[in-house]
Write a new protein. Sequence first.
Length: 123
Amino acid sequence: MAKNNKARSPLRVVPNDQGFYFYRAIDCCIGVTSCSLEELAEAVNEVCSDAVLFHFERGDFQNWIRDVIGDAELAQSIDEIKMCSRQLSAECCREELAERLRIRIFQLETNEVPPFFGGRKRK
């Protein structure tokens, strides 16, 4: 049963065919793929801002996190950034996304729940 829980953990590594493929525009893949939240957090900090904005504005990060990784809480948190995206510069968007990913990874690793994820410790 523990193996099954590991398979469903938001911190798991998914197969490459389920990975998040970064594009700068439609039909313009930049050759970066993430197969885990940790890889996504690293890639968000390293890829060009055009790729971050392309996926952010389309809701691709949220969809992948919700549908493939299975973390609806993180997807919702990123949706909240999206509502304000028109006022954010590309770098602010990247920083907000990277911060939410980093905090959520920490929370999942330690079972600590940051304030924007509910504000209480899990037992």
